[in-house]
Design a protein around this ligand. Sequence first.
Ligand code: A2P
Length: 272
Amino acid sequence: MANEKFFTSHNGVEIPTIGFGTWQIPNEEAYAAVTTALENGYTHIDTALAYQNEENVGKAIRDFNISREEVFITSKLPAEIKGYDATLAAFEETITNLGVDVLDLYLIHAPWPWDEVGKDCTEGNIESWKAMEKLYKDGKIRAIGVSNFSEKDIQALLDSCDIVPMVNQIPFYIGRDQASLLQFCKKHNIVVEAYSPLATGQILNSPEIKEMAAKYSVTPAQLCIRYCLEHGTLPLPKSTNKERIVENSQLAFTISPEDVQKLDAFEDVRSK
Ligand code: A2P
């Protein structure tokens, strides 16, 4: 695992530093993938109702020889569900799927439905957030947050709600410039989680990445994941392959500030 053990949210919840992402892992494969992750030291598992794998993610965790308190589970409110009652209902569905009483972290999956990216859903997000505040105050969730939220989207919650989000989960990888959003989150003590830290695998064949990885005697994937940590973000690498699941958690090295700067200047492979 990494040199850093935990990130701590502004309400004092410790979030294990490397999360196991399960986006695009089908329900049939999720049980084996999560079991392999747990066997290899991951204690932070990230899922979502929209991934349609919560049942097997939950079953793998429940079947594993580990106490519930030792595993940090995140799930997400589907992006198209906005509103107070609908949020409470979706949360019930998630904890039923997972087979848990309390969720560690619950996120609004996106500020807009995926088929209407950019739509202004401020009112709906505020209503959903109020429902999440209630669940948090009722002790059903240990930390609440958002995902894919811009500064403007977060500011709308800050202006109308009681609780500052504890987490914003965003796409972050070498070449993806999120400097302004990272700065904003830091100012408000919001932990930033990096999803797609390998640019969904697209960056791993870059000759420059391979060359720098060789310099540190690590793999390209390890360089990419470590890069997220150097920027103070919590990486959520995803793999269904045992060797790669292990590889992605071995991050006990650091990248020099000069090399981080070089990586910052990379082109975004996913914008091509
Ligand atoms: P696989 O599941 O077959 O290992 P991201 O985390 O950025 O979404 O990237 C996930 C993609 O990267 C998946 O296609 C995954 O494939 C692949 N991947 C994950 N870890 C590694 C690794 N260590 N080396 C090479 N490819 C990896």
